[in-house]
Design a binder for this molecule. Structure first.
Ligand SMILES: Nc1nc2c(c(=O)[nH]1)N[C@H]1C(S)=C(S)[C@@H](COP(=O)(O)O)O[C@H]1N2
Ligand SMILES: [Mo]
Length: 201
């Protein structure tokens, strides 16, 4: 039959092929935080890049905002199963942060650290080559405190727990070290298209 090749495919309505398995689409923007929202005054804010325990570069708020600015509009996917399409962010690409620090990524593993004590590990290759940014703006406005302002990591192609809110820095590590949720059974990479929700998935 002429239609045989189409059996089993989802309709091309623009939703099915953008929604990873097990996810549903929402128009809201839920807030998911492990604890209370930390308030970080811009005067005290710093972003620090570390190679192991050694700091290699650090920026205060004004200096950080002078780095090259980029925009990313991406679909995001939370492990609690909501997805939101076309979220528009701007900030500084991890590629540009590394370039400004004058280094290439020194190891294959990265831990993102946050002002609330949260951390999450991300394979370095998921942060570079145009994949991830430290976002300061959402939909054209400064990111609200609940959603991670002043600045959050954005790794839109991985489950959203990898996008550390209130980010304070990136630390390159020689081994893959589990972060907050990864220590509690969540996946070390977290690819929504492979449903890498829990360790062992
Ligand atoms: N610092 C920090 N970052 C965090 C979290 C957190 O508790 N603390 N929660 C994570 C989880 S589980 C998700 S789903 C997203 C939620 O981001 P949102 O509140 O902007 O939707 O942030 C992630 N980043
Ligand atoms: Mo989450």
């Amino acid at each position: 039959m002429a239609t045989r090749g189409f059996i089993g495919k989802r309709p091309s309505d623009g939703i099915g092929d953008r929604l990873p398995p097990g996810q549903y689409l929402t128009e809201d923007f839920p807030v998911l935080s492990a604890g209370p929202t930390p308030r970080v005054a811009l005067a005290d804010w710093r972003f620090t890049l570390k190679d192991g325990v050694r700091p290699v570069a650090s920026w205060g708020w004004d200096a950080f905002n002078q780095l090259p600015q980029s925009k990313l509009t991406r679909d995001i996917h939370c492990v609690t199963k909501w997805s939101k399409f076309n979220t528009a962010w701007s900030g500084v690409m991890v590629d540009d942060i590394l370039a400004e620090a004058g280094i290439a990524a020194p190891s294959d593993f990265t831990l993102a650290h946050s002002y609330d004590g949260y951390s999450t590990n991300v394979p370095t290759e998921d942060l570079i080559n145009g994949r991830a940014m430290v976002a300061t703006h959402f939909e054209g406005k400064p990111i609200s405190p609940d959603h991670g302002g002043p600045a959050r990591l954005l790794v839109p192609h991985l489950y959203f727990w990898k996008s550390a809110k209130w980010v304070s820095g990136l630390q390159f590590t020689s081994r893959d070290e589990a972060g907050f949720w990864e220590l509690r059974g969540y996946h070390m990479r977290g690819d929504p298209w492979r449903e890498q929700r829990f360790s062992g998935d």
